[in-house]
Design a protein around this ligand. Structure first.
Ligand code: BDR
Ligand code: CA
Length: 392
């Protein structure tokens, strides 16, 4: 099949039309009104739990993220949509079902997502997550079945049921979300925010340039970043600072509840797996930091960028680039900075001799689309994570 055509319109048409919406300012006001922390309206409050869908590829840290979310009364989890990523869908789907069973939350619908990225072959990360995706920790086959709707359709119908209310928490490759946006050209305007574990402004983990979730499906990530949906990006810049230690495992083991015991089991195996593989670092809790960022954004410091994704680089596909008038070498006075924000062009690479294009400009002025987490209170994060899992 012509992969460019897989989506009804060509990917180029889709990317161009959604990017045009950003430039023309035709998006929801929320899309253009970024704050230093995610918008108050999207944040959970004690009186009204926030509706979320969690898109995931469990995955050791995904499993922790799911358990954390399911133990957080601030969230109303409308669904979980596994996608291929850390391991193939044949494993991420049952792993997600296992987590809802362990948490006693089989009321949450789980919808099976994409088996492959939009246009690329699947690259997995079994070297990090073990062959079964859970570091080698074993749990019984789940009895719970997924719902019949495929994930992109599930996302579409659920968002349409509650327009403007559902935040997507994405902690895997963005294939399902890109497919949902393609199914329904108006959907982007009904999603108040995506809180994403993905990307990095300080180098990658699977290549020097790219973070894993974006690397696996850069075309999907580009669609999502250019969709106009405000994005909260919890990338490697901060998730690298969240190593899970033996001391955390002991705290998890000491609590007598199924969630804490399962988390301890996964954590123990993941740490063992790391040591056997010769890694000298502790497993990072990338994905649960994204959930924590939604629960309590003040655990992190934030900065606004226009983020775009490299899709064509031979060595750099999946790199996330953060454009900002305050980034780079050209430091400016406050006044000049304000001016620069209005007039700064967003440039891609220079045109080649072979092309007729005369300008490398992607956007004629700076429009932030992403709030990027720059620093994290790691100890505060682990207090939240371990506290919720142990029930203390
Ligand atoms: C991300 O990639 C996966 O391996 C993790 O689950 C996380 O979502 C970190 O780069
Ligand atoms: Ca993940």
């Amino acid at each position: 099949m012509d992969s460019e055509r897989k989506f009804g319109m060509t990917r180029r048409q889709f990317v161009t039309s959604s990017a045009a919406a950003v430039v023309a300012g035709s998006l929801s006001p929320a899309a253009l009104a970024h704050e230093q922390t995610p918008a108050a309206a999207d944040r959970p409050t004690s009186s009204s739990p926030s509706r979320v869908i969690i898109d995931t590829d469990p995955g050791v840290d995904d499993a922790f993220a799911l358990l954390l979310a399911m133990r957080s009364p601030e969230l109303k989890i409308e669904g979980i949509t596994p996608v291929a990523g850390n391991v193939p869908l044949e494993l991420t789907l049952p792993n997600a079902l296992r987590m809802v069973e362990i948490a006693g939350r089989t009321d949450i619908p789980v919808a099976a997502g994409a088996k492959t990225p939009l246009t690329r072959r699947l690259v997995t990360a079994a070297y990090v997550h073990g062959e079964n995706g859970l570091g080698g920790a074993e749990f019984p086959e789940p009895k719970t079945k997924p719902v019949s709707e495929p994930a992109p359709e599930f996302i579409r119908t659920t968002v349409r049921k509650h327009p403007g209310e559902i935040t997507l928490i994405t902690i895997g490759p963005l294939t399902n979300v890109a497919m949902a946006l393609d199914l329904d050209p108006d959907l982007h305007g009904m999603i108040p925010r995506i809180v994403m574990m993905g990307g990095s402004l300080s180098g990658g983990n699977i290549t020097p340039a790219a973070e894993f979730n974006i690397y696996v499906d850069p075309e999907a990530a580009r669609i999502v970043f250019q969709s106009g949906i405000p994005i909260t990006m919890v990338g490697l810049d901060v998730t690298r600072k969240t190593g899970l230690t033996d001391a955390h495992v002991r705290r998890l083991e000491s609590a007598q509840n199924p969630v804490s015991q399962a988390a301890a089991n996964i954590a123990h195996h993941a740490i063992q797996h790391y040591r056997e593989a010769g890694f000298l670092v502790d497993p990072n809790m990338h994905d649960s930091l994204a959930v924590a960022a939604f629960l309590n954004p003040s655990l992190l410091n934030w900065k606004e960028y226009y983020v775009d994704v490299e899709t064509s680089g031979e060595l750099t596909a999946g790199e996330t680039l953060g454009y900002s008038p305050t980034a780079g070498d050209l430091r400016r006075s406050a006044e000049a900075e304000k001016k620069a924000a209005q007039s700064m062009t967003i440039r891609g690479s220079a045109p080649t001799l072979a092309t007729t294009k005369t300008s490398p400009v992607l956007r004629d002025h700076f429009v932030p689309n992403t709030n990027v987490a720059m620093e994290v209170d790691s100890a505060g994060f682990f207090e939240l994570l371990i506290g919720r899992l142990t029930g203390k």
